[in-house]
Ligand binder design. Structure first.
Ligand code: AMP
Ligand code: ZN
Ligand code: FE
Ligand code: FE
Length: 303
């Protein structure tokens, strides 16, 4: 049996990173939980981008389906002038500095839409705000994946991946920068909200391998980081090996997850990467300590 978190034949299947249609996933929170049960996932975390709006529906569904549910958020941050995603598990979402920062990120994402559409218009791609809103449904904010969906509908591209590669990615002609939270400050905010932080797919982008090397991650640990998402589809086997040893050396929790987006992202099926039960237990333990130290009322894990 393999001892890392990738696809191992586990008795307990734990997936700590997934998206619903409250951000850029394609399934409702209830559908997401049902899907998890069908795939025999025992513990699922719902981690929509910058919003907790899907939490209640997911929790209700989890109780009905007998799936354990961890409430989380994937927060859009900036570090060394690059975008980085932070998974925050079990924070009190009403903690004012956290709520304010999430609102700022969501506002920034919404505010960018007209500029993105102007840039597309300038290169002959004619999509309007209504087209995009028809794709974003209940999402807390309308982001690039929804623009991509509208481009698919219009027959401009085949799928989201092509839309990002040809138009919406950082080097694409329709890219527009938006607000993101400062990573170090956000680590402190999540702790103060009684939650725990795991850095999501830290080595998705080449440039982040420099800012988020062992030394960089050690500094983030000092600011409150509890774990590293090691097993993620964006990491190759060599990267996973190095990240796992960094996590071990720094005594950070190594997690593995799918980053499932429904039909919105290829190759990210629920359970394609898993977190070991020991790692999950440690994370819960740290969350409990963080909650106690903060004095905040944090959400319970649905069991
Ligand atoms: P936004 O937050 O609006 O800037 O959109 C960024 C989000 O788009 C990321 O968090 C991903 O979930 C998604 N995304 C980025 N690249 C791709 C891609 N190539 N295919 C599908 N989804 C992507
Ligand atoms: Zn996403
Ligand atoms: Fe992410
Ligand atoms: Fe994600």
């Amino acid at each position: 049996m393999r001892t890392d978190g990738a696809n191992y034949a586990a008795v307990v299947r734990i997936d700590l990173h997934s998206h619903s249609n409250y951000s850029d996933g394609t399934a409702s929170p209830a559908e997401l939980v049902r899907h998890a049960r069908e795939l025999e996932i025992d513990v699922l975390a719902i981690t929509d981008h910058d919003t907790t709006e899907g939490w209640d529906e997911a929790a209700d569904a989890a109780r009905g389906e007998g799936v354990a549910l961890v409430r989380g958020i994937e927060i859009s941050c900036r570090h060394a002038d690059h975008g980085v995603h932070l998974l925050a598990y079990l924070p009190d979402p009403t903690y004012p500095p956290l709520a304010a920062e999430l609102e700022r990120v969501l506002d920034g994402r919404n505010a960018r839409l007209p500029a993105t559409l102007d840039k597309l218009q300038a290169i002959g791609v004619d999509i309007d705000e209504d087209d995009v809103r028809a794709c974003s449904g209940p999402a807390a904010a309308t982001g690039r994946p929804h623009v991509a969906d509208a481009m698919v509908e219009a027959g401009v591209v085949r799928d989201r991946t092509e839309a990002f590669e040809r138009y919406l990615g950082p080097k694409g002609p329709a890219y527009v920068r938006r607000y993101a939270a400062d990573l170090t400050e956000m680590l402190e905010t999540v702790s103060a909200a009684g939650g725990v932080s795991v850095i999501a797919h830290p080595w998705t982008k080449r440039h982040n391998q420099d800012a988020l090397d062992a030394e960089g991650l050690a500094r983030l640990k000092d600011a409150g980081l509890a774990g590293i998402e090691v097993d993620h589809e964006d990491h190759g086997s060599r990267e996973r090996e190095v990240l796992r040893s960094i996590a071990r050396d720094l005594d950070l929790v190594a997690t593995g997850s799918s980053d499932h987006h429904g039909d919105g992202k290829r190759g990210h099926e629920l359970g394609c990467n898993l977190t070991l039960p020991e790692a999950y237990d440690r994370l819960l333990d740290l969350a409990e300590k963080s909650a106690a130290a903060s004095g905040r009322k944090t959400p319970e894990v649905v069991r």
